[in-house]
Design a protein around this ligand. Sequence first.
Ligand SMILES: [Zn+2]
Length: 291
Amino acid sequence: MPKRGSPEEELRALLPASIAVRFDEMFPSVRKGKLSRRDRKRAKILGRAEPVLKRALGPLEVVRFATNGVRQVMWWLLTAGSMNPFANRTTLVLTDERVLLIHTDWCQRPCMFASQLPLDRIRATAGRNSYVFIRSGREQLMFHGVGRSEARYLRNLLESVDTGDGGWQNLCPRCFTAIDGAPPSCPACGEEFKSPKKAALRSLIFPGLGDFYLGYRKYALLEMVGAAILWGVFVSTLGPAVRLEGAEGILLALPLLGLLLVVHAGDALLTRNKARMGLHSKDGALPTGER
Ligand SMILES: [Zn+2]
């Protein structure tokens, strides 16, 4: 038993009782009899992820580390880079079996999907400053937005497990079966998933529609307002230009039309990518058990 009033006791009070934690690894500064702000923050992050963890973890699985940062994806960097910290908040949980990624909102509450990388599929880890790179299969996960020292610590923990082949797996949001790729339904429980292709097509027709289909309603609304404004500018340029210049007026509005096409196509690619980051249940089942 930890001593009364000790840092360890204070942390244990913050931690969810249903989850086993390897205390020394999760809270390295406690060994020195101290309790840092980051330790307290990490305990809270784990607490918020509890609804997902208590369903996803095996009965003997032990948590070694947890933090909340941003999952960086190449397509997002190139197109909607500035939106990334808002859209791709992620709680990373390292256990003795896998790296678990849980999509969260800004307040670290679990949101839409979860995925995992079994430890024996990690091929290499790297990174510097506040970045952690985990290479597996053909993909590389970029995780950042955590403190430098925390990132360094996490890289060290991961390095000790570098081994093999294979890539990230999606977790069924209903039964947490690990699934390679993005099939139309879960092979274990039959839960049906939304189609990345359909999501992309909707965004191509009008930006935001695909995000709406996936369930990112607020984000979808923002995009739709933005696209509607652009279309408004286009139409209000085209009308007077044609009236003044005749058919040549169309040429004046062409650059705007080009911009609109780029926005539509860009959002389609982005939405497809977002859909492929995790399995989105058709009837809205979430990894938290809610819908
Ligand atoms: Zn399932």
